[in-house]
Ligand binder design. Sequence first.
Ligand code: CTP
Ligand code: CA
Length: 228
Amino acid sequence: AKLLDKRNDFSGRKVLVTAGPTREPLDPVRYVSNHSSGKMGWSLANALYQRGAEVTLVSGPVHLDPPYGITKISVETADQMYSTVTQLQANQDLIIMAAAVADFSPANPYSIKWKKTQDITVPEFQFTTNQDILAHLCQHRPSGQYIVGFAAETCDVSRNAQAKLKRKGADMIVANLVAGKNKGFTVDTNRVELFTPQGRLTESAGTKDQVAHDILDQVVQQCQDLWI
Ligand code: CTP
Ligand code: CA
């Protein structure tokens, strides 16, 4: 019943959501990426739209139809996501970084396809560290803007997530265990724990749509004084 209740608690709010993986090219036909499906970001964007927000979704390559009523911008690399998101930051009331941004990119991708006949040895790649978009956003946060990050963890969820929250300076971290059955990447369900700098807020489990609404309920509460 909660999901059918079309509260307009995000009415007039501008919200930027990132979703999906990024792809870092090795050569024109190969890339490094991760298992992110984009589903959590899609659920957040849809839930925000239902609750009255003006939503911009910046997404890496995913196999999902563009959500109704939402401005969607497609990007491929972490670098493209960085420039797109930083350009859009100024006008947002809320930013939710649900994307699984690649941490490293091949430093010198080959400009033509690497051929197996090229050499007897396998190709070797040097990697460079990508910019941390979330940390950058938090450092350049305009007043009145609330920033939510995700933390994908395979162990020690609570400790790792809280360290991430602190290190990046986010207002809230949604921690999810991305190992094991029916959790995290690729599936339609999720189980998350929410943290603010004050500590653990709550947890939520269910479909990604349900979890998205639970996250937004907490964001609204946290923003009561910020968004008057
Ligand atoms: N993130 C980002 N830019 C990056 C890497 C991550 O904005 N280059 C964001 C993600 O969108 C997410 C949060 O930072 O909201 C945490 O991402 P995660 O991969 O869990 O943490 P990292 O800081 O990259 O640490 P690690 O992967 O080593 O656990
Ligand atoms: Ca990472």
